[in-house]
Design a protein around this ligand. Structure first.
Ligand SMILES: *Cc1c(COP(=O)(O)O)cnc(C)c1O
Length: 400
């Protein structure tokens, strides 16, 4: 098993912080009571769950009663969207974007097949939304605007409060998938236009399978998961206690570290990007240069395949990612980069490095040491090199 890899894939998942592990362990061993039980043994677990809820609430500057624990980002997104529609049965329209996570896009696709209409807002070459397009799409029939805070592939950050103001004007509910923003951008629900907000534990150094949905007080809610009266009847099922304790600890640590960690990550990320740009010809940064998360670098290397770069990096023990997913045997380029209208020459050659507070200078140095050689070798093998016209024609056919 690989243990000492250089992990630069933190937008996919993060290392569980050892302090988080330490905080959750007793709830897998000694403190196994059910938080809903009448006895003291269960009651003390219930108290710990309440404290964890307070810590998550503090990270969002919200109230404890506004936090619903979920199984993660996907459940939070599903719950928010379904609730908004069930709570407003006479409205049949949703506004979202083309670059959302599948946890939002797949739900919207299914809702379309059930008779709802969905507007998928476009983005420009730098991954930004057009607020005029948003405004033109909103009607009295719009039940929900669901838009991510920051994109997981490019790190591009959307102007959430401006979007929220426009959504409120037409009477729509506003849900934000903030899975990538939490811990990287300071959030304050007291002064925000957001009605519902999704976060996920494993993107902020807690384990997989735990997350939370913020629900503004007074916003009508219909649960996705029905069961017992846990969590004020808003999410049935005995709580994932150890996960909740972990999420509470992770939220506390994010709040504590946010300023110094994001400044450090940004400095490392900028050095990575600038040095790559300076040492490797024909590459570019995907996404807006400044309206972007501090930890994410999505870089397009012309004329080569992102997957080939990843395999080479992997041989050096470096973990990164490409937006592409292998579906039905064909390598589909990322829907996010495609929506941005990137040219064929870089669409397939884009990879993402995503940092965390555990990333070190030495790890970035190592990537900078190996990348120029990897790109040079792959370009020497690239069919583009020998037959530019043929390669472009083939790419054009593949993207009709
Ligand atoms: C990871 C991620 C999700 C899904 O969260 P899970 O906890 O893995 O279900 C949703 N949205 C975004 C933007 C993500 O990055």
């Amino acid at each position: 098993m690989l243990k000492n890899c250089i992990y630069l894939d933190s937008n996919a998942t993060t290392k569980v912080d050892p302090e988080v592990v330490e905080a959750m362990l007793p709830y897998l061993t000694d403190y196994y009571g059910n938080p809903s039980s009448m006895h003291t043994f269960g009651g003390q677990v219930g108290k710990a769950v309440k404290q964890a809820r307070e810590k998550v609430a503090a990270l969002l500057e919200s109230e404890e009663s506004e936090i619903i624990f979920t199984s993660g980002g996907t459940e939070g997104d599903n719950a928010a969207i379904r609730s908004a529609l069930l709570a407003q049965p006479n409205k049949r329209h949703i506004v979202t974007t083309q670059v959302e996570h599948p946890a939002v896009l797949s739900v919207c696709k299914q809702l379309e097949s059930q008779g709802y209409s969905v507007t998928y807002l476009s983005v420009n070459r730098q991954g930004q939304l057009d607020l005029d397009e948003l405004e033109a799409s909103l009607t009295g029939n719009t039940a929900l605007v669901t838009i991510m805070y920051a994109n997981n592939e490019t790190g591009v950050v959307f102007p959430i409060e401006q979007i929220g103001l426009r959504s409120k004007e037409c009477g729509a509910l506003f849900h934000v998938d903030a899975v990538q923003a939490v811990g990287k951008i300071p959030l304050n629900m007291k002064t925000s236009t957001i009605d519902m907000l999704t976060l996920s534990g494993h993107k902020i150094h807690a384990p997989k399978g735990i997350g939370a949905l913020y629900l503004r007080r007074g916003v009508r809610f219909r649960p996705l998961i029905l069961g017992g009266s846990q969590q004020r009847g808003r999410r049935g099922g005995t709580e994932n206690v150890s996960g909740i304790i972990a999420l509470g600890k992770a939220a506390e640590l994010e709040r504590l570290h946010i300023q110094e960690a994001t400044a450090r990550e940004k400095q490392l990320r900028d050095r990575l990007e600038q040095t790559l740009m300076a040492t490797i010809p024909e590459c570019e940064i995907n996404g807006h240069p400044t309206q972007r998360l501090p930890n994410t670098a999505n870089i397009g290397f012309k004329y080569i395949e992102g997957e080939a770069i990843l395999l080479s990096l992997n041989q050096h023990g470096i973990c990164a990612s490409s937006g592409s997913a292998c579906t039905s045997g064909s390598l589909e380029p990322s829907h996010v980069l495609r929506s941005m209208g990137l040219p064929y020459t870089i669409l397939h050659g884009s990879i993402r490095f995503s940092l965390s507070r555990f990333t070190t200078e030495a790890e970035i140095d190592r990537v900078l040491e190996v990348m120029p050689g990897i790109v040079e070798r792959l370009r020497a093998l690239s069919p583009f090199k020998n037959d530019q016209a043929g390669w472009l024609q083939q790419q054009a056919l593949a993207h009709r």
